[in-house]
Design a binder for this molecule. Structure first.
Ligand SMILES: *Cc1c(COP(=O)(O)O)cnc(C)c1O
Length: 376
C-alpha cells in the first residue's frame, strides 16, 4: 500500500472522516502470549511476526512482546528481518524462516540476523562465510519431517553430521521442523511428523528442539520441544480448526457507512445485479471492499453487525465498498458516518473467514493500510 497514504491516515488525530478503524488490542496480545507461555513452561514461546505480524504491525507487536519476556522472533523474509532488527534490543534473536538467499549472507552476518538453514548448500555457504570472517555464526537447522516445503531432507542427515564436525564455525541454536496439520488434533500426520522429529533429535541430541506452531502447542507436551513458534494464536486466531478458540480476540474492525437509501422491490444491487430486492428494502453502503482485504468471495454471503443484529452483504463486494441490507435495524439507526462491526464481539476472524471460504490467516494478513489503526 502507498506509503504516503499510510502516513496520512495514521496522522489523522481522530477518527473523523476515516473509512475504517482497525483496533489492535496489545494488552490482549500480551495476555495471549502469557497464556501460551504458561502452557509451554518450562519450554519457551517465540513470536512469529512474519508478514508484518500477520498484518498487525511488527514494529508495534514485537517490542511489546519483548517487554513481556519474548526473546525469539521469526520472520519469513530477509527484508522483514532487516526492518525488525533495529527495533529490538541486541539480546532478541531475529530468525528468517525462508533461509539464506544467494547474496544476503554478508548482510545477515553483519546485522546479526539468524538464518533458518534449509539445505546443505545453505549450511556450506554460511559456514564458509564464518570461516572467512574468523568468527562463529549462529543458525537454526530446519528439517523436513513430512511437509515437503522447506528444510533438510532425511537423506541429507549423514552429510550434515560430517559438515558439523569438520571446521565447524556454526553455532546451531535449534533444530526445527514445522507441522502441516497441527490445527487438526485427529490428523495422523502429527504423529508421523513427531516420529520423524524424534529421529532427528536422536541424531543431533546436542541441540534443543523448536517444533510447535500455534496448533502444535495444543497437541501436548510431546510436540513442544524447547521453543514453540506461535503466530495466529498470539493474534487471537483459533489454533485448532473446529474447536472452541481459547485465545482472546486482538483485532476489531469497524467500517463507516457512506450512504443509506431505501429502494423499491425489484431494485438491482451492485455490479452485474447479482442481487434483486423482493421487497422495499433499506440499504447502506459501507466504505471498504476487496482492496481493503474483505474478499470478493463474501459477495451475497457474509454479513456485518450493528447492535448485535446481523446485516447481510447483498450483491457483489466492490473494490472500495460493500452494500448491506439494514432492514432489520430501526429506521434512522444507521446514517451517513455511523459505523458497523466487521470484526468484533459479534463476528470473529473465523466467522468471516468461513463466509469468505478462506482461513483466519488470510483475512488477518489482508487487512491493509487504508484503515486507521488504533493501538490500545
Ligand atoms: C507461519 C509459521 C509458524 C506460525 O504458525 P501459526 O500456525 O500461525 O502458529 C510457525 N512456523 C513456521 C515455519 C511458519 O511458517
Amino acid at each position: 500500500m502507498d506509503g504516503v497514504l499510510k502516513k496520512t491516515i495514521s496522522e489523522l488525530a481522530d477518527a473523523q472522516g476515516v473509512s475504517g478503524i482497525l483496533s489492535i488490542d496489545l494488552a490482549a496480545l500480551v495476555r495471549n502470549y502469557e497464556r501460551l507461555s504458561a502452557d509451554l513452561a518450562p519450554s519457551k514461546a517465540a513470536a512469529v511476526v512474519k508478514a508484518d505480524a500477520y498484518g498487525l504491525g511488527a514494529d508495534r507487536v514485537a517490542p511489546r512482546l519483548y517487554a513481556h519476556g519474548c526473546r525469539h522472533f521469526f520472520v519469513a523474509q530477509f527484508t522483514e528481518a532487516l526492518a525488525l532488527r533495529p527495533r529490538l534490543p541486541a539480546d532478541a534473536a531475529v530468525f528468517v524462516l525462508n533461509g539464506l538467499q544467494p547474496g544476503n549472507e554478508q548482510a545477515c552476518a553483519r546485522d546479526g540476523i539468524i538464518p533458518v538453514i534449509n539445505s546443505l548448500e545453505q549450511l556450506r555457504c554460511w559456514s564458509a562465510l564464518a570461516t572467512a570472517l574468523g568468527r562463529r555464526l549462529p543458525a537454526v537447522l530446519q528439517f523436513d519431517t513430512g511437509m515437503s516445503r522447506l528444510g533438510l531432507a532425511p537423506q541429507d542427515r549423514k552429510a550434515l553430521v560430517g559438515l558439523l564436525k569438520t571446521g565447524n564455525y556454526i553455532d546451531v541454536l535449534f533444530v526445527m521442523s514445522h507441522l502441516a496439520s497441527a490445527d487438526d488434533p485427529d490428523s495422523a500426520q502429527n504423529g508421523d511428523q513427531r516420529e520423524e522429529m524424534e529421529l532427528v533429535a536422536a541424531e543431533f541430541p546436542q541441540f534443543p528442539i523448536c517444533f510447535a506452531n500455534s496448533g502444535g502447542i495444543f497437541l501436548g507436551k510431546t510436540f513442544h520441544g524447547m521453543l514453540a513458534r506461535p503466530g495466529i494464536a498470539l493474534y487471537g486466531g483459533a489454533p485448532m480448526s473446529g474447536a472452541q478458540n481459547p485465545m482472546e480476540p486482538v483485532v476489531r474492525l469497524d467500517i463507516a457507512v457512506v450512504q443509506v437509501r431505501t429502494v423499491p422491490s425489484g431494485a438491482r444491487v451492485g455490479y452485474s445485479a447479482t442481487h434483486i430486492t423482493t421487497n422495499e428494502t433499506r440499504l447502506a453502503t459501507i466504505a471498504a471492499g476487496y482492496a481493503d482485504g474483505l474478499p470478493r468471495s463474501l459477495s451475497g454471503r457474509g454479513a456485518v453487525y450493528c447492535d448485535g443484529i446481523r446485516l447481510p452483504i447483498v450483491g457483489r463486494v466492490s473494490m472500495d465498498s460493500i452494500t448491506i441490507d439494514i432492514s432489520a435495524l430501526p429506521e434512522g439507526r444507521l446514517t451517513h458516518g455511523s459505523r458497523v462491526e466487521v470484526l468484533g464481539p459479534n463476528q470473529t476472524l473465523e466467522d468471516l473467514a468461513r463466509d469468505a471460504g478462506t482461513i483466519s490467516y488470510e483475512i488477518l494478513t489482508g487487512l491493509r493500510h487504508r484503515y486507521q489503526r488504533q493501538y490500545r
